[in-house]
Design a protein around this ligand. Structure first.
Ligand code: AMP
Ligand code: ZN
Length: 137
């Protein structure tokens, strides 16, 4: 399925330009137009689905394997020191394009990116309460 108003569907269809760097049966990868660091790549599913919660499991598998493939190339060919995989699911989680994608972000020693949270000791009871809500099927 494709969405005629979706930027990523248009890129996949060749209707919008993009720097495509990898393709397989289920995914396409291209460079982000507003890169966090040099080589910032987006792995998108060929199928238009909004987000992590709606993506088909086989497509999700293909997207994570493609992300691993890109991470390896990013380290080898761009000389990155590390890689972050980022997925934003929902507007509250910073998602702006509602076609499932994984950001593959090269990391370089001394680059300006920072963790988006401040690590600090949590409340043990509250952690246990969250665990109780989340545990199980
Ligand atoms: P997110 O905010 O997680 O939904 O990620 C969407 C990403 O798509 C952002 O990092 C944008 O910079 C990127 N983006 C938007 N339009 C384009 C485009 N035409 N080509 C490449 N990347 C794009
Ligand atoms: Zn789409």
């Amino acid at each position: 399925m494709r969405d005629p108003n979706c930027i990523f569907c248009k890129i996949i269809a060749g209707e919008l330009p993009a720097r495509i760097v990898d393709e397989d049966e289920r995914t396409v990868a291209f460079l982000d137009i507003a890169p966090a660091t040099r080589g910032h790549t987006l792995v998108v599913t060929r199928e238009h689905v909004a987000d992590l919660l709606s993506v088909d499991r086989e497509d999700l598998h293909a997207a994570i394997v493609a992300s691993q493939r890109l991470a390896g190339r990013i380290k080898q060919r761009l000389g990155a020191d590390g890689v972050n995989l980022v997925n934003s699911c929902g507007a509250a989680a910073w998602q702006t394009v509602f076609h499932f994608h994984i950001h593959v972000i090269p990391r370089y020693e001394g680059d300006p990116l920072r963790l988006p949270w401040i690590p600090a000791q949590g409340d043990a009871d509250e952690i246990a309460a969250a665990a109780a809500q989340l545990a199980g099927a």
